[in-house]
Design a protein around this ligand. Structure first.
Ligand code: TMP
Length: 217
């Protein structure tokens, strides 16, 4: 692939404010003259929307971590080939609300390491190859605060995407520690921000960081 744009991913547990922050960053970049594509996983494509419904609604135990990982990777493969890679080739910046770190955090750490981590690496190699994000922004928050935000938000939705929220608190604690662990293993790719703060002040910190990182001053 002849990549001309940048790929920035946002990660974090439930209710960190990712979707709000990613939109604010996309608007900010557009004002700077950068053409952006705002997307998400699961559900960044039409087929992905169907997979998303299967994955994020219904009973927490309707499938296990391996089945989930396969479906998240099916979504990811379609997302990469149909949307992310073509946009990057056109010089656009792609901002994705979640990517592969979510699979390691949720399906490996969240489930208390019940599946073999190497399965996830094999799926990554198969679906994504040696491509990876240029920057991953991790929004970190105490899961008690995040979950109550997320449940409140779902009250206004027609389809309640609360499958993962239905899990016990230990799952969400594991998730938070998992994300921090992944960030520690990939210090050059990750930037961690405290998500328990006012929306605009967090946005300013993220925007400043991105400007410096990509030389947009
Ligand atoms: P969202 O809350 O960002 O809309 O994401 C949808 C849900 O899917 C969220 O609970 C996290 C979960 N998820 C995984 O479990 N594994 C993955 O690989 C991805 C991308 C999301």
């Amino acid at each position: 692939m002849n990549k001309k744009g940048y790929f920035i991913t946002f990660e974090g547990g439930e209710g960190t404010g990712k979707s709000t922050q990613i939109k604010l960053l996309a608007d900010f970049l557009e004002k700077k003259g950068v053409v952006t594509v705002l997307t998400k996983e699961p559900g960044g494509t039409e087929v992905g929307q169907d997979l998303r419904k299967i994955l994020v609604t219904g009973e927490p135990d309707k499938m296990d971590a391996v089945a989930e990982a396969l479906l998240y990777y099916a979504d990811r493969r379609i997302h990469m080939t149909k949307k992310v890679w073509p946009a990057l080739e056109q010089g656009k910046w792609v901002l994705s609300d979640r990517f592969a770190d979510s699979t390691v955090a949720y399906q490996y750490y969240g489930y208390n390491k019940k599946i073999d981590k190497s399965i996830l690496q094999d799926l990554y190699n198969l679906a994504v190859g040696d491509f990876k994000p240029d920057l991953t922004i991790l929004l970190d928050i105490d899961p008690q605060i995040g979950l109550s935000r997320s449940i409140k938000k779902a009250q206004g939705m027609q389809v309640k995407e609360l499958r993962h929220e239905g899990r016990e608190m230990a799952f969400h604690q594991n998730l938070r520690e998992g994300f921090l662990e992944i960030a520690k293993e990939n210090p050059d790719r990750f930037a961690i921000f405290d998500a328990n703060q006012e929306i605009l002040s967090l946005h300013t910190q993220i925007a400043d960081y991105v400007m410096k990182r990509f030389g947009l001053i």
